[in-house]
Design a protein around this ligand. Sequence first.
Ligand code: GAL
Length: 630
Amino acid sequence: MKLRWFTTSMLVGLSLMAAAHAQTDPLTPTGKWTAHQTGQAQTPPMGWNSFNAFRIEVSEDKVMGAAEALVDTGLAKLGYVYVNIDDGWWLKRRQTDGRLEIRTSIFPSAAIKGKDTSFKPFTDRLHRMGLKAGIYSEIGRNACSQAWDLKSPNLPEGTVAEREVGLEGHVDQDLKLFFTDWGFDYIKIDACGVADYTANAKVITTPGYRVREPLIARDRPALDKAEDLKAMYVEVADSLRKYNPDNDYVLSICSWGRADVRTWGKDVGNLWRTSYDINPTWGSMLHSFDSAVTRPLYAGPGRWNDPDMLFVGKGDFDVNHLTEAKSHFALWAMLNAPLLIGYDLRGAPKDLIDIWGNADLVAVNQDKGGHQAVLAYRSNDVQILVKTLSNGKKAVALFNRSEAAKTVSLTARDLKFDAAKPIGLRNLWSKETLPAFTGSQRFTLGAHETLVFEAEGTHRLGQGTYLSEIPGRINVAADGIPFPEGDPHIYQATRASAGRGGDTPMYAGWGGAQADASPYGTELTVGEKAFAYGIGVLSGSRMEVQANGEYRRFVASVGVDAATRNRKAAVTFQIYGDGRLLTESKPVTYGDAAADLTADVSGVRVVELIVRANKDAAVATAWGDARFEK
Ligand code: GAL
């Protein structure tokens, strides 16, 4: 009797444990699409933000000036509708009830009758103009300006507690204020409060703020506390849903590529910064660009990599450097980056308006498929990016990063077009249509020039689609990275503010899933065979793919990739359809030839691609030529 009781309770215990494991094991197929889906960001947000134009010296005049210019120039009609206030708006946190107060000396319309201040008159005005309004806050207790702009006239004032204007400890209260009471539609949430207020920091020892244990360890990224930071943003995301039953909001996570946000951002917010702040230099633009360009599989409708706001109009991208300005803009369009203008729009020259106002490039960025461009060709000098458009065509950018003219061939293979059939190109800057070519076509790019075309041709698969052409329909639910490592391929620009050159790799995600490349950026190779196309991903991974019942078969050649660091462990590839195992490979190890897998996916909505290793081993693997056929 006693024994039986023991056995039963043990079995119950074990099955509870198994259930818990199934819930937490990231490789368990869900049969569902699990990426974050709320908020208004089916296409990348577009608009204006005060920071690159004015840093902390924001004011109502400046912001309304930008808003009026967006309407008057026609940019608003093109989609530039978010008018976002950045750091600098706050005065203090009132101690009687914790309510935030606005600095009315710079936002006069916020001085309403009574004891409170309110942004409602301001957001009402923007809404009446057909625009949307964005606010800025901080995930910790103290803001970035309080650590980095100590001479700004717009720093919060008062006691230590009054100057704690960030969300920590006030998430619900502040989000209700911003969205329900003040009527904002967008929020950017920074993270200096959990990075810069460490015990020995100057801001602590001199002006006097409360010490906050860092979750982002500025110079030692390996010490970042990703789970803790993620939990703070999850709390915000939950609260936003609560105070926005109409779903009219955007959550922008600003932890500068740190604390592994390039991996989890898509599960929590609508956009997440992939790097530190851009500044108006060519090297900084390269750095920001690189932080997003290898991450197309992590973005898609509702969730976007954010290489930071545009610096078109300033420094290396000013009116005297239109080649650079146009490159910067075209690249952001191809990356599906948010298009947030960072320029004083009151009296902007026509040459700049024409850049932001290039309707063809805006359409590329806003294409409803949401497929971020994929690198078709990589070198240190020239890169070719190809982006799938929902009209069956491709956008292609030929980008010369270098200081000298370069000649490069664009090939049918880059475009995944049939090399024997004619390919047509339309230049999206000059609007000129080029004579059709077959096979390949040579171009000479000036220093820093980006040529960008809409390309039309015959797909080499006929009716099929390579998975690497539809990254917006892929959710990397688990990418198998065993511990976060900084991506070493990101251009390390000299940062004048740091007083020294470069940075060590800061942005975790090295080894993540890649389109048409191994997880380490090399050509996909299994055994003796190289694959121009496919998905490279570590073992311990699960990808969800929206098939939406549109395809008949899924086909791939799978195996361990030559780039693997682990040459011993065996891996198994599994294909699930709506939660049901469709087919799986035998265990394979490094050196084995690619194994062909085919699955019938007729009627299947979500295909899941899982790679398991027999140990806790991170094995680089390839889903070579992974494709759907009709
Ligand atoms: C930085 C952020 C910038 C800007 C600034 C304001 O951390 O990355 O985009 O918001 O803070 O102080």
